[in-house]
Design a protein around this ligand. Structure first.
Ligand SMILES: [Zn+2]
Length: 302
């Protein structure tokens, strides 16, 4: 029996997911995840809502992930959709420096365009400048409408601001955008959506055609119809379709580690030498358990 492949899902909104998802992901080989800050469906009306959300991404959620044996990292930024509320956006931008230096923050993101409005453009550029100044990786959300033009524009703007394309992950690619992204030296991430948009079979075809360099697979699972097991499922399908294991490891693990690990906060040793799960632990007096026996791994028994 071969060792289970280690998987990183570099784009998954765990705040919206359940403990069952964490358990299933860990069982499927997911060792680490990156949770980009994004919008929550319900538009926020107060800067404090953003502050508590960012605090959760650097506090409660990494704790919750740890209770199921998964390492949690995040990206911090003002998402494109809520950039359109300019009065609020101004205050959110002021908050970002409080969070970008936190221990598990591996990039500025997810930022970019939604409807490609002037306000989105303004705050995208502002955050690119911040990333450049801090020498941070950028995770770009490309629009689902007018995808090709929005993707090209996102890259043009990154280059205009002097960002190194090898430190910018362009997400939500498809067959129409991948060549332009790779040709310009950016990292191309693909979100695997169940049933619609980019599915696992199409991802296999992309890797067959373009290889595994600078290509990353993610689930982008959130509060909508989505699949937190999309990355391990795609990895399995790639192997089944005869894609070399080395290429599967690159697209479903190593490339994400190389780029998001570049500021030194995300390290393989975090999961190769895990601390072990101890569900008897509390975060701010809270446990993830509801009367169950806590799982305590042997190295956690004192
Ligand atoms: Zn997202």
């Amino acid at each position: 029996m071969e060792d289970k492949m280690m998987i990183i899902d570099p784009h998954v909104h765990m705040t919206s997911r359940t403990t069952d998802d964490y358990e299933a992901m860990a069982a499927a080989g997911v060792v680490a995840i990156i949770e980009p800050s994004f919008w929550l469906g319900q538009p926020r009306t107060q800067v404090g809502s953003f502050q508590d959300y960012y605090s959760s991404l650097v506090g409660w959620e990494p704790f919750r992930a740890s209770q199921f044996g998964i390492q949690h990292y995040c990206t911090i930024g003002l998402n494109s959709k809520e950039a359109n509320n300019e009065a609020l956006a101004e205050q959110v931008i002021e908050l970002l420096p409080l969070y970008v230096h936190k221990q598990n923050v591996v990039a500025i993101g997810e930022i970019g365009y939604d409807d490609q409005t002037p306000a989105e453009d303004k705050y995208f550029r502002m955050q690119l400048e911040m990333a450049k100044e801090l020498d941070m990786v950028v995770q770009v959300h490309t629009p689902h409408r007018d995808k090709k033009a929005g993707t090209l524009k996102s890259m043009e703007v990154c280059l205009e601001h002097g960002l190194d394309p090898s430190k910018v992950v362009i997400d939500h690619n498809n067959e129409e955008t991948v060549k332009d992204v790779l040709d310009r030296g950016f990292i191309a991430a693909f979100t695997i959506y169940p049933k619609t948009k980019m599915g696992n079979e199409r991802m296999v075809a992309v890797v067959e055609k373009y290889g595994s360099n600078n290509i990353i697979v993610d689930s982008s699972a959130d509060w909508g119809v989505s699949d937190p097991l999309a990355v391990p499922k795609t990895a399995n399908l790639m192997l089944k379709r005869g894609i070399a294991k080395e290429d599967v490891v690159k697209t479903c693990y190593q490339n994400a580690l190389d780029i998001f690990g570049s500021n030194g906060k995300m390290k393989e040793e975090h999961w190769l030498k895990p601390k072990g799960v101890n569900q008897a632990q509390l975060f701010n007096d809270n446990s993830v358990l509801r009367g169950q026996e806590p799982r305590i791994d042997s190295d956690q028994i004192t």
